[in-house]
Design a binder for this molecule. Structure first.
Ligand code: GDP
Length: 441
């Protein structure tokens, strides 16, 4: 996951500060030296680091911070604010045309994840009520057109193609007419990628830009290439002019150098981050949430959004009702577990809870344990899931055999389940008590 190494080191540096009651100027400088090294090791642009440290030092060595009651917290707060600023400050959104269709032109080098991102963006925009048309104007990379068609099928949005023999400018123009007559309020153009930046590529992109006048040019870069990604962005911006960056493969980028440098080097915001290969793995990029993650303060907002996307309200209300009536069964349990797991890998989810990230270090969340639980419940009959009291000796053995687990595993799950039920009953009674109290009052 992104910023792993950096988060460790920064939190280490600040923990030393927290241990002290009062801070001297020297304490702060020592900590900032560690911060500087950590950023350089994370492959953040050298000039960016220098400027960043200087700014923090100016703010942190001030009288107010050092004499405050919680100087370490004050320093961390400043670092948090400056990290946020470094990544662009506030979240930067796509500009939609007042007169649709909004034309989004995607650019990027081969392999950066451009075509995949077109599909992901279509899915994201669709979920916001848009009706995007995907346009295959990368006529050079073998299979790029087919790839886009497959993505379009998955998100159930139309893909416009004219094969690989036409000029990309003509394709893009025809696509816009097509969108206009088919009620597509967004057009996402997948343009040519090359292995390296060359003049022919830039000329082609400039021609497409001139012909379709995009509202938004998004450059897709691979975060795992670190400072190369920053240079690519700088070159594209100088030659073509971009409106924002999509930083892909953040799930595999442990260092985070590109994320921390690209916006201050190019002056252009990171608008989206790619966090995996699946279509739902594109998210708006929030500099403040990223900064909080680096400093181990968690990312509660993303967690809540993920939960909201996953849990449907009607089901939640039904569940509440069941809990109140004490009808919670293994069927509900399984259902809940699946929903939570759909939110993503558990260690990532837990890492978003403040303070948990650090404690998880060294503890591997064992997804296999959860597989085991699912297997056990799957081996129960419907009758047993609804009435766990039925599950006695021979049934326990049958379930263990059926799920490839042991009787001890089954016993443990049954015990946990009973405890959960008991706890819920108590909570139910407590809330009943509170409710009647309110009535009287
Ligand atoms: P293009 O040549 O720029 O169009 O690149 P593609 O869209 O074909 O992507 C290249 C590879 O990167 C594919 O295997 C994608 O699945 C993968 N990829 C794209 N975005 C991400 C991401 O955010 N995370 C991960 N892990 N892989 C990604």
């Amino acid at each position: 996951m992104i910023f792993e190494g950096l988060a460790d080191k920064l939190q280490g540096a600040f923990n030393k500060l927290k241990g002290k009651g009062k801070l001297s100027e020297k304490d702060v400088k020592t900590a900032l030296r560690e911060v500087k090294l950590a950023l350089l090791e994370a492959d953040v642009n050298f000039k960016v680091v220098k400027k960043f440290i200087k700014k923090i030092e100016e703010r942190a060595v001030g009288h107010e911070v050092l004499t405050s009651l919680t100087p370490a917290q004050q320093v961390i707060k400043i670092v948090n604010e400056e990290l946020t600023e470094l990544m662009g400050g506030t979240q930067s959104k796509i500009t939609f045309a007042s007169n649709p269709p909004t034309i989004i032109m995607m650019a990027g080098l081969q392999g950066a994840g451009k075509t995949t991102t077109v599909g992901k963006l279509a899915k994201l925009l669709k979920s916001q009520g848009k009706n995007p048309l995907l346009v295959a104007a990368d006529i050079y990379r073998p299979a790029a057109i087919k790839q886009l068609q497959v993505l379009g099928e998955k998100v159930e949005q139309p893909v416009f193609t004219m094969g690989d023999k036409q000029d990309p400018v003509d394709i893009a123009k025809a696509a816009i007419s097509h969108a206009e007559s088919n009620n597509n309020d967004v057009v996402i153009v997948d343009t040519a990628g090359r292995l390296h930046i060359d003049e022919a590529l830039m000329d082609e992109l400039k021609n497409v830009k001139k012909a379709v006048k995009p509202h938004e040019i998004l450059l897709v870069v691979d975060s795992m290439t670190g400072q190369d990604a920053v240079n690519v962005a700088k070159n594209f911006d100088e030659a073509l002019g971009i409106d924002g960056v999509v930083l892909t493969k953040l799930d595999g980028d442990a260092r985070g150098g590109a994320a921390l440098s690209i916006s201050s080097v190019t002056g252009k915001p990171i608008k989206f981050g790619g966090f995996g290969e699946k279509l739902e793995d594109l998210r708006p990029f929030y500099p403040d949430r990223m900064a909080s993650r680096i400093l181990g303060m968690g990312d509660v907002l993303t967690l809540i959004e993920k939960a909201e996307a996953q849990f449907d309200e009607k089901k939640a209300r039904e569940l509440e009702e069941k809990l109140r009536k004490q009808e919670f069964t293994f069927e509900d349990f399984l259902d809940q577990m699946k929903q939570v797991r759909n939110m993503g890998p558990l260690d990532e989810i837990l890492g978003m809870i403040p303070g948990v990230g650090k404690q998880l270090k060294g503890i591997q969340v064992d997804e296999r344990e959860l597989d085991k639980i699912e297997a056990i419940i799957n081996s129960m009959t419907i009758e047993e899931r609804r009435n766990p009291e039925l599950i006695k000796g021979s049934r326990r053995r049958r379930i263990a055999n059926g799920s490839g687990t042991t009787v001890q595993d089954v016993n443990r799950l049954l015990k946990q389940f009973q405890q959960t039920r008991k706890m819920m009953r108590q909570m139910g009674e407590m809330s009943k008590g509170l409710g009647s109290g309110k009535m009287k009052g």
